[in-house]
Design a protein around this ligand. Structure first.
Ligand code: RFL
Ligand code: PHB
Length: 404
């Protein structure tokens, strides 16, 4: 098999890249280890920055998002039983965000790719990227056998083959294989883990507030989000390594009620919990995001804790930057933008790392937190609530940094 760009991974990064390249007349093949149903159901991000919305529109992938997505003009910060709204358009000169789930973005992009785009091969696991330093990189992969071959995660049976190409883009997430093709000694990693995680639930109940609520509480952080006018998405800070099954539904609702408590009439609506899972929290950056003809994009290159809602939006920025660079190369013969790909992406990545870290330490309670730390968090929140400059800083970062 041969193509211009091998794309490893059909998460938002890989799927959007395939679409951008297709629109520019550049062919690609997407290899995805999981099956379609798995990719379309994996619960993750919920917030699209204004810039991400603009990119999806320009790529012709926003028809359903524009019908079903919920435009949000602010978030609420809740602390000391008080509520403070951060008004995005007022503080940023008109910017907002869109609540439209990652599952839906992926479904829309998969449908477009299968209808109009190049090959998108599910249950096809990339095993290794080879010869990235040469002009002829290759991806060795295994396609599930005629017997169905399992879920791609079991290292089981299947047919091995090689995809030859001009460029490989590793969009295979934090646990993918692409990053391993960068020899140790060439790259450098920066990492921080946090001593807590998020217990996330989906519940069949209308959201209890019309905007997201980020709550700081002495018992730990809580977040109220949503998937639609009838489905709530809620998160609780839990100790690192918590098993989601160890929390009963009653315990989850009771804890959410405590952490969201206010002095006014606000009440949390309860409903049937349909999904429960725990997400660890990590900050991670791999530099550079390129090795020869291999480019890393999205979670394959960097991870942020979800508190700033930045992961998917960073992935979008990376693939837009790569697609622009490759189109420039195709039109002019110049490698300039490919050469600056890593530095261009990393500037935005580190701003998102900074913001995600700030939001995480602003709102979560560390196991060894002292009363001094608690007072500092409240002082930081008071500052955001009381100073237009501090509020603007948060609003600008939350609604997104420019791509490129
Ligand atoms: P993904 O989505 O992990 O996709 C990688 C794909 O690669 C496949 N793969 C392979 N395929 C072939 N061969 C191999 N060897 C392969 N190895 C892996 C995988 O099966 C998968 O399909 O990475 P991508 O595309 O870079 O996208 C990144 C985003 O998914 C991620 O950053 C966000 O979900 C993070 N995130 C959030 N981001 C936001 O922008 N806003 C949010 O509100 C937000 N909330 C969240 C989040 C992530 C969360 N979790 C569960 C980590 C909330 C949570 C709880
Ligand atoms: C979500 O809806 O899943 C979500 C929203 C905001 C975040 C993280 C996750 O900061």
């Amino acid at each position: 098999m041969r193509t211009t760009v091998s794309i490893i991974g059909a998460g938002p990064a890989g799927l959007l890249l395939a679409r951008l390249l297709h629109n520019a007349g550049i062919d690609s093949v997407v290899l995805e280890s999981r099956d379609r149903a798995y990719v379309e159901r994996r619960q993750r991000a919920g917030i699209l920055e204004q810039g991400t919305v603009d990119v999806l529109r320009a790529a012709g992938a926003a028809e359903r998002m524009d019908r079903e997505g919920l435009r949000h003009d602010g978030i609420e910060l809740r602390y000391d039983r008080r509520r403070h709204r951060v008004d995005f358009p007022a503080l940023t000169g008109g910017k907002s965000v869109m609540v439209y789930a990652q599952t839906e973005v992926c479904k829309d992009l998969i449908a477009l790719q299968l209808d109009e785009g190049g090959p998108l091969l599910f249950e096809t696991e990339a095993l290794a990227v080879e010869d990235a330093e040469t002009g002829h990189p290759r991806v060795r992969f295994r396609h599930a056998g005629a017997d169905g071959g399992g879920d791609g995660a079991d290292g089981g049976s299947g047919v091995e083959d090689v995809l030859e190409c001009d460029y490989v883009v590793g969009c295979d997430g934090f646990r993918g294989v692409a990053r391993a093709a960068v020899p140790s000694g060439v790259g450098r990693t920066f990492e921080r883990t946090y001593p807590f995680g998020w217990l996330g639930i989906l519940a069949d109940v209308p959201p209890s507030h019309d905007e997201l609520v980020y709550a700081r509480h002495d018992r730990g952080f809580a977040l109220l989000s949503m998937r639609s006018p009838s489905v709530s998405r809620l998160y609780l800070q839990v100790p690192e390594g918590t098993d989601a099954g160890s929390w009963s539904d009653e315990e989850i609702w009771a804890e959410l009620e405590r952490r969201f408590e206010t002095d006014d009439e606000w009440a949390l609506r309860r409903g049937p919990i349909t999904q429960k899972s725990v997400t660890p929290m990590r900050s991670y950056v791999h530099e550079p995001m390129r090795h020869g003809r291999l480019f890393l994009a999205g979670d394959a290159a960097h991870i942020v804790p979800p508190t700033g809602a930045k992961g998917l939006n960073l992935a979008v920025g990376d693939v837009v930057t790569f697609a622009r660079a490759l189109v420039h190369r195709t039109r002019t013969g110049s490698e300039d933008l490919l050469d600056t790909y890593s530095a261009t992406c990393l500037r935005r990545v580190w701003q998102a790392e900074r913001f995600s870290y700030d939001m995480t330490t602003l709102l979560h309670r560390a196991p060894d937190a002292t009363p001094f730390d608690d007072r500092l968090q409240v002082a930081r929140l008071d500052r955001i609530a009381g100073s237009r400059a501090a509020g603007t800083d948060l609003a600008e970062a939350y609604t997104g940094f420019p791509i490129g």
